[in-house]
Design a protein. Structure first.
Length: 373
C-alpha cells in the first residue's frame, strides 16, 4: 500500500498516533487497499464498559491521542442521569463514566446514540469511518455516504489519523446490487431485514409496493446488518444510488411473512436502533386515549431527539412510559427474563449475548401490550 512521506512519519513516532496508524495500515493491507483516503467523520461503537472492561480502559488511556475529525460515540451501558432506575450497580456506573471521560478527552462528542445521523448527516459521497452496523447501513444506503463496516477500534484509529483505507464500499463499483428482492406481501421492516439477511447473499436492491418511511429504512437496514452483516441496500425509486446500477438478474420474491409466538414479556422495549422523532410521535398517537401503561415499557432514544420532543416525552412519561437516553438494551447490563420488542437487532443479539428470551411484536403491538393487564 502506498503511503505518503507524512503518513510514513506517523508510523515512526512511537506513540499512540503510531499505534492507530499501524491499525489503519494493517487493515488496508489485509484488504489490498492501494492507499489511504481522508474521511469527514467517524463513529465509534463498543463504548459500554460492559464491552471495554478494565483492560480496554487501560488501553484507551495509554493512547493519549486527539481525534482529527468529527467523532461521535455509540450508546454506553447506562443512562447518565437515570442509571439507578435501570437497576445498574454504582460500581458499573463509575467505570462507565471513566470510559466516557477518556473519550471526551480525545475530542469525541458524547452523543451516545446508534443514530448519529439524526444529529448530523454526512453528505452524499462523503467518505466516513463508522462502526455500529445499523448506522453503517443507514449511512451507505439512505444517505449515500461511503463507509465500510468498521469495528470500534478501527473507527477510533481512523478518527485519530483522519483517514481510512481505500477499499470495499469506498469504491463505487463495489456498491452494485447483486440480487433483486421483490416484496409482495405486508411486512415488518425490521423482521424483513433479518429474514433477508439470513437468506440472501450480497447487496440487495428491494422492490416494494409502496414508498418506505425513513424509520422503516432504518429498521430494515438494522435487520439486514444484524443477521447478514449486510452494510448496504438499495430501494428501487427511493434510495440515492438505485439508478446508478443495472438491476441484477438474480431475483428473490417474498409473498408471505410468518412470525412465531414466544414468551410472556416482563419488559417491552422500543428503540433499537434509537427512536426517531417520527417514531415517538407515532407512540403518542397510539397511546393518547389509552390511560396509563400497565406493563413496564422502556423507550430508548438520543438526547437530541428527547429534548426536541420534550413536551411529548413528558406526556408519555406521565402515562407510565419510561424513556432512557445514552444507552441501549443490548449493551446495558439489565436483568430480565423475557423482553418483547419490534427490533430484529435485539431479537438477534439479546439471546446470544445476554441469555434473555425475546418475543417479537410489531411497533403498535408492543405499545398496546404495555396497556394490557
Amino acid at each position: 500500500m502506498f503511503l505518503t512521506r507524512d503518513e510514513e512519519k506517523l508510523l515512526e513516532r512511537g506513540d499512540g498516533v503510531s499505534k492507530c496508524m499501524e491499525i489503519v495500515v494493517s487493515l488496508g493491507e489485509i484488504f489490498d487497499a492501494d492507499r489511504l483516503i481522508p474521511i469527514s467523520s467517524a463513529h465509534v461503537s463498543g463504548v459500554s464498559y460492559q464491552n471495554i472492561g478494565d483492560e480496554g480502559l487501560d488501553w484507551l488511556r495509554s493512547l493519549n491521542v486527539k481525534f482529527k475529525v468529527r467523532t461521535t460515540l455509540n450508546p454506553c451501558g447506562v443512562d447518565l442521569d437515570r442509571w439507578r432506575e435501570m437497576g445498574i450497580d454504582e460500581s458499573f456506573f463509575k467505570k462507565q463514566m471513566e470510559v466516557l471521560r477518556v473519550f471526551e478527552g480525545m475530542g469525541a462528542e458524547l452523543t451516545l446514540t446508534c443514530t448519529p445521523y439524526y444529529i448530523y448527516k454526512p453528505k452524499f459521497g462523503d467518505h466516513i469511518a463508522w462502526s455500529e452496523s445499523s448506522a453503517v447501513v443507514y449511512a451507505n444506503s439512505v444517505l449515500g455516504a461511503m463507509t465500510n463496516m468498521e469495528s470500534g477500534i478501527s473507527a477510533l484509529a481512523s478518527a485519530v489519523i483522519g483517514k481510512t483505507p481505500y477499499y470495499g464500499l469506498h469504491i463505487k463499483e463495489n456498491r452494485e446490487p447483486s440480487v433483486l428482492v421483490e416484496v409482495k406481501c405486508d411486512f415488518d421492516p425490521s423482521m424483513l431485514g433479518c429474514k433477508v439477511g439470513r437468506e440472501v447473499d450480497g447487496i440487495p436492491i428491494f422492490k416494494f409496493k409502496r414508498k418506505l418511511e425513513d424509520f422503516e429504512l432504518k429498521l430494515l437496514g438494522a435487520g439486514l446488518a444484524s443477521t447478514g452483516n449486510i452494510p448496504l441496500f438499495h430501494v428501487l425509486g427511493q434510495t440515492p444510488e438505485w439508478r446508478d446500477f443495472e438491476i441484477p438478474r438474480e431475483k428473490v420474491v417474498f409473498d408471505s411473512f410468518d412470525l412465531k409466538e414466544g414468551c410472556d414479556p416482563d419488559l417491552i422495549v422500543l428503540g433499537c436502533p434509537h427512536l426517531s422523532r417520527d417514531e415517538i410521535l407515532r407512540v403518542y398517537q397510539i397511546v393518547k386515549d389509552l390511560g396509563r401503561a400497565r406493563r413496564e415499557i422502556w423507550l430508548f432514544t438520543s438526547r437530541r431527539v428527547y429534548e426536541d420532543l420534550r413536551d411529548v416525552v413528558s406526556y408519555l412519561e406521565d402515562r407510565g412510559l419510561i424513556f432512557f437516553r445514552d444507552t441501549c438494551i443490548v449493551v446495558s447490563p439489565v436483568r430480565f427474563r423475557c423482553i418483547m420488542t419490534n427490533s430484529g437487532k435485539a431479537l438477534t443479539y439479546l439471546p446470544k449475548l445476554r441469555g434473555i428470551d425475546v418475543v417479537y411484536g410489531s411497533f403498535e403491538e408492543c405499545v398496546l401490550k404495555a396497556f394490557e393487564l
